[in-house]
Design a protein around this ligand. Sequence first.
Ligand SMILES: *[C@@H]1O[C@H](CO)[C@@H](O)[C@H](O)[C@H]1NC(C)=O
Ligand SMILES: *[C@@H]1O[C@H](CO)[C@@H](O)[C@H](O)[C@H]1NC(C)=O
Ligand SMILES: *[C@@H]1O[C@H](CO)[C@@H](O)[C@H](O)[C@H]1NC(C)=O
Ligand SMILES: *[C@@H]1O[C@H](CO)[C@@H](O)[C@H](O)[C@H]1NC(C)=O
Length: 317
Amino acid sequence: MACNLKHLTYSLLLFISLIGSSIADDEDLLEWVQQDNRRFLNAVLRVSNLNRTIEFYTQSLGMTVLRKREIPEKDSFGAVLGYGPEESQFVLRLKQIHEGESLDIGTAYGHFGIATEDAYGLVDIIRAGGGVITREPGTLPGLSQIFAFVEDPDGYSIEILERPPTPFPINHINLHVVDLDRAIQFYQQALGLQLILIFDNPLEQYTMAIMGFDTNFTQITTVELQYNYNVTEYTSGNGYIQVAISTDDVFTSADEVELVIQELGGSIIRAPDENNKTFSFLDPEGFKTVLVENQVLVENRLKKQRGKLQGISIASE
Ligand SMILES: *[C@@H]1O[C@H](CO)[C@@H](O)[C@H](O)[C@H]1NC(C)=O
Ligand SMILES: *[C@@H]1O[C@H](CO)[C@@H](O)[C@H](O)[C@H]1NC(C)=O
Ligand SMILES: *[C@@H]1O[C@H](CO)[C@@H](O)[C@H](O)[C@H]1NC(C)=O
Ligand SMILES: *[C@@H]1O[C@H](CO)[C@@H](O)[C@H](O)[C@H]1NC(C)=O
């Protein structure tokens, strides 16, 4: 672990010296990224039977359906679920796969985690609802964190963590990476995430880095980057799609990500323009991130509210 960090510091210095000539500008950019107003908005997962998954997430996990969209003629079914409003919380966007398609969860996506004050109690509820428990609640030797793993109806893994009360119960997403140092650097440099904790579990053969936009990982949404010893390849499947993050300025954010992609790898999927202030890219491991401008989120909210108000006035006529 110490070795990892030393290597990381070294790589970081190497990285900074590599970008050389325009270093003053780049440092300004990096500083800007770290001060940008960012939060995790949502993660998108595709499921094979939306209604069945909704039933499990609401009845066994205690989530609420925040929004639902059904357009049968377009074979389009989606829902947004979480523990609170998507305006402030990290939520899950579920999409049903199209007819005739089969869901492949792949091996690159790990799981999402839920924080609860009573992991044993929640696991009992999940069990009573017919859910599959893949790891009974317990701790790792020498550590106090109580956790368990369960599976949803598609076989997606979900971690149940016993934690103090938190405003963000959907606690993390876990992604499997083949090059942990590179992934950490990418998320620090490109997205301004802080490395909160890195720990090695030689018994179960993995090293994990927890990264977030703040430092108390029990109180925020984080991304867990997990390196499984000696695994050099993962399959991406077609289940986990992306994570979305907000920014105050998508163009400046895109500049920084592009710079880091040149150094560490990855690719741009969609550059932002004045009509569409979102920026999509793949990190060096192939995971997709979408940056969305905060102002766009505010405008969408206003549009929705106006829609609702109109709806009310029409209904009352
Ligand atoms: C899901 O359930 C709703 C009712 O709750 C129903 O209207 C809809 O047709 C169902 N969708 C599918 C794809 O079965
Ligand atoms: C994180 O926040 C929780 C809840 O407020 C608190 O109990 C805990 O001590 C904090 N941990 C750290 C490391 O600050
Ligand atoms: C597997 O990974 C561990 C930890 O990174 C390393 O110490 C070990 O040498 C590797 N084993 C093989 C066979 O590559
Ligand atoms: C912006 O582009 C994304 C990705 O192509 C798309 O999903 C989204 O609907 C677009 N938004 C607008 C407002 O056009």
